[in-house]
Write a protein that binds this ligand. Sequence first.
Ligand code: GDP
Length: 442
Amino acid sequence: MVLAQLGGSIARALARMKGATVVDEKVLAECLNEISRALLQADVRFETVHDVKANIKSIVNLDALAAGTDKRRIIQKAVVGELCRMLDPGKPAFTPSKGKPSVVMFVGLQGSGKTTTCTKYADYYRRKGFSPALVCADTFRAGAFDQLKQNASKAKIPFYGSYNESDPVKIAVEGVDRFRKEKCDLIIVDTSGRHKQEAALFEEMRQVSEATKPDLVIFVMDGSIGQAAFDQAQAFKQSASVGAVIVTKMDGHAKGGGALSAVAATRSPVIFIGTGEHIPDFEVFDVKPFVSRLLGMGDLSGLMDKIQNVMPADELVPNLTAAFTLRLLYQMFQNFQNMGPLGQLFSMIPGLSAQFIEKGKEKEGQAKIKRYMTIMDSMTEKELDNTNPKLMNESRINRIARGSGRLVKEVVDMLEEHKRIAKMWSKLPIHNLIRNKRDSLK
Ligand code: GDP
């Protein structure tokens, strides 16, 4: 996504600043200009960029810093802090509690991804042990009920709607009542959208909200709309008591920065982002990990969320706590190619994936993965599961090279690469994190 470019540009600006022999006003100004340019290119509003720059400048007062202070660190900290502040309204959103019935209403323009997101949201909580249900109160768009029905069935989530009833308020109330009786603890109401912000849409939203008394109103916004995001977010915020935002289509060509910064300006937190058309393409949005991932510092809490939600923990945890064998590397590559759960983990680990997915080097990275997998295809089960560094002797390496039709040097390179990755892996605090998570789930 284009946001990766933003992250790359900011990280490069910081790296250049850190590499300068002396950090003075000129170096700081260059760094800030570069960061501003990157933010503007990601469609963040001019006013916001101006504020970010001014705030960093006022935090980093080079003249007032005592000699010997690490200016580079102070600047980096100020930049990260300001990026977080730009995205964080500092007000947590309502979160549903298991066993306690809550109603969550979804609002947004037509085509924003609202219906798809309702199912993703329901599925996210279903995986956490909730009993969610979906109500289709979108009577404006033909086919909306069929779409919700199809998505809900796929995700095995109960749903309610009508082909004949044209009053969205009536459907919403009936659906909520029914699922309350059925003891569902998360009732999600999908409302109508319109092509643009208009009075009829806001009036309908108000009526459905008044009748169903939602605990949370989630505004769904298309992340690819760039600068227009600000007006849209504000209009919805003024007309409905929006408590949280989900930004969709953050995959592909979404400029994203515009939408993310705009929603923060309306003081409603972004709680999830949509990263594709399918149900699992959904990520919890947490500002700090997001910024650190954006700047290439890795996102361990996002990783933990994936562990818990994308993949059954029992399946994944033994893999992750075990030694980093060649088999695990093979599985990661396999998943990485179609961005399955292990592949997503792979791309979230700092440093681990850099050489395989580095911007502009994707083709080389893919070719390398394919070559490594061909080599591993010629290994025995014992070799794939091996943890003894002495096992891979010359005769085994020669046999693997012959079997895979690759050069001996290529096999040696791959084994070295595996060692390097395994070393990085063992240093990650991931094992402790997993243990804590597992204990807290007991
Ligand atoms: P609604 O009119 O707001 O209910 O929007 P829909 O849920 O029907 O979605 C509109 C289109 O956007 C559909 O083709 C969805 O598959 C697609 N869509 C929804 N969320 C995402 C996302 O996060 N990424 C991508 N690439 N497409 C999405």
